[in-house]
Design a protein around this ligand. Structure first.
Ligand SMILES: Cc1cc2nc3c(=O)[nH]c(=O)nc-3n(C[C@H](O)[C@H](O)[C@H](O)COP(=O)(O)OP(=O)(O)OC[C@H]3O[C@@H](n4cnc5c(N)ncnc54)[C@H](O)[C@@H]3O)c2cc1C
Length: 378
């Protein structure tokens, strides 16, 4: 039996902890926050009774049947389809851009093949090798759809011009030539009936796991452990000695209303002169519940300062250079495995987080306790 220290009681820490506890190890999990669940944390709002996604909207979607079975072991999921709308220049459109969006935007009644042929006339075919996000979008959809649906939203989300972002963000034509407005393509999609917190609580519910909240990591904790799994920020482990990796943070301005405020869970705002990127109305994440009042978050994106919650890793050229140096440092550090979205400085959906956590635990268990610094290279 080994003494394991896990930093972070989010999905990564909880799943690794559970797997190792079941294999007979003793697990101590600490988290600096006053709650478990990391960024997936949900809680019922006092005033309205609505289940709120405190760190932004989380929809579970996956093609990984093993992960789907895993989460369903710990909580019950309700069917949930993610359908997003966007407000642009005084009109509401359906996202992702689909046949309805195109017909409404251009005032047409195109059938699929007609819409495809039309979009091809809009696309800028003079761009043969797109060098950045803007060129890629122009090549795929042309200037009108780009301006309405991509440009302003991307500038607000990333705080820079789309010309500074890599073309790879838009991998394929971001348009559907049918009326399918289901945001995700995955086979399994749903929402935990009582939010994510009880699911993660159930994962952590094992006699060999202790969880300490409001507890920030200090190096002496590692001295008592045979191995550490670190799901905090990789630069944070090294006291930011090479500098801080860049993140975008989100600010949520909460407001209340009676009844139904916007009729859907997520309304994007693509116009540059609207300061927020989207409004989330949480009651629509639990359409099987009824509430008289409603609670919404106006969400805006900013450069993360030292005291902000890090949300989206920026991963442009400068950050990648610094990341390489931190990765080298991590690889020369004994007894620590860096995991999860912050430990590997990547955007990870929940299903990927769980799959990587399961693999991490498996490798640890098969390696006689000598897990490498990374299971997946950042
Ligand atoms: C806005 C937003 C929306 C998202 N929406 C979706 C979605 O719809 N679907 C989906 O599949 N995924 C979504 N995700 C991704 C999801 O949030 C992640 O997959 C998940 O949170 C990763 O879990 P984690 O345990 O790796 O990290 P985290 O949840 O960040 O957990 C890390 C924990 O470590 C703790 N910690 C850090 N440093 C220390 C320290 N020094 N000492 C003690 N504790 C520390 C933190 O407090 C935190 O609780 C979204 C992410 C964001 C940002």
């Amino acid at each position: 039996m080994k003494q394991i220290l896990i930093v972070g009681a989010g999905l990564s820490g909880a799943v690794i902890g559970r797997e190792l506890a079941q294999a007979g190890h003793q697990i101590r999990i600490i988290d600096s926050r006053p709650h478990i669940g990391g960024n997936c944390y949900t809680e019922r709002d006092d005033k309205t009774g609505v289940m709120v996604h405190k760190y932004g909207p989380h929809i579970f979607h996956t093609d990984d049947e093993g992960v789907w079975d895993y989460v369903n072991r710990f909580t019950s999921f309700k069917p949930y389809m993610n359908r997003v709308k966007t407000t642009s220049k005084g009109q509401v459109f359906s996202l992702p851009i689909n046949l309805h969006t195109i017909n409404q935007f251009y005032g047409k009644t195109f059938r699929p093949a007609e819409a495809l042929a039309f979009i091809e006339t809009q696309a800028d075919l003079s761009i043969t090798e797109p060098q950045n996000f803007e060129e890629q979008a122009l090549r795929f959809v042309g200037p009108d759809l780009y301006q309405a649906f991509f440009k302003g939203y991307t500038e607000k989300q990333w705080g820079c011009s789309p010309t500074e972002l890599p073309a790879s963000i838009l991998k394929r034509l971001p348009v559907r030539f049918n009326y399918d407005d289901n945001y995700f393509f995955h086979r399994f999609q749903g929402m935990p009936e009582n939010g994510y917190t009880p699911m993660i609580e159930a994962i952590l519910d094992h006699p060999a796991i202790t969880v300490e909240l409001d507890t920030i990591y200090t190096p002496d904790m590692a001295e008592e452990a045979d191995h550490v799994f670190w799901s905090g920020a990789i630069d944070g482990y090294f006291d930011f000695k090479l500098g801080r990796l860049g993140y975008r943070t989100l600010k949520f301005e909460e407001f209340f209303a009676d009844g139904d405020y916007q009729g859907c869970a997520v309304m994007n705002y693509g116009d540059r002169d609207v300061p927020w990127t989207r409004i989330t109305e949480h009651k629509h994440f639990s359409p099987w519940e009824t509430h008289e009042k409603t609670v919404c978050y106006r969400e805006s994106s900013h450069t993360a300062g030292p005291d902000d919650v890090p949300y989206y890793p920026i991963r442009l050229v400068d950050e990648k250079e610094m990341l390489t140096q931190y990765v080298d440092l991590a690889k020369s550090t004994e007894g620590v495995t860096f995991v999860g979205r912050l430990g590997t400085y990547r955007y990870l959906d929940m299903d990927v987080t769980i799959r990587e956590a399961l693999t991490t635990a498996e490798i640890f268990l098969n390696s006689d306790g000598h897990a490498p610094a990374f299971i997946v290279e950042p």
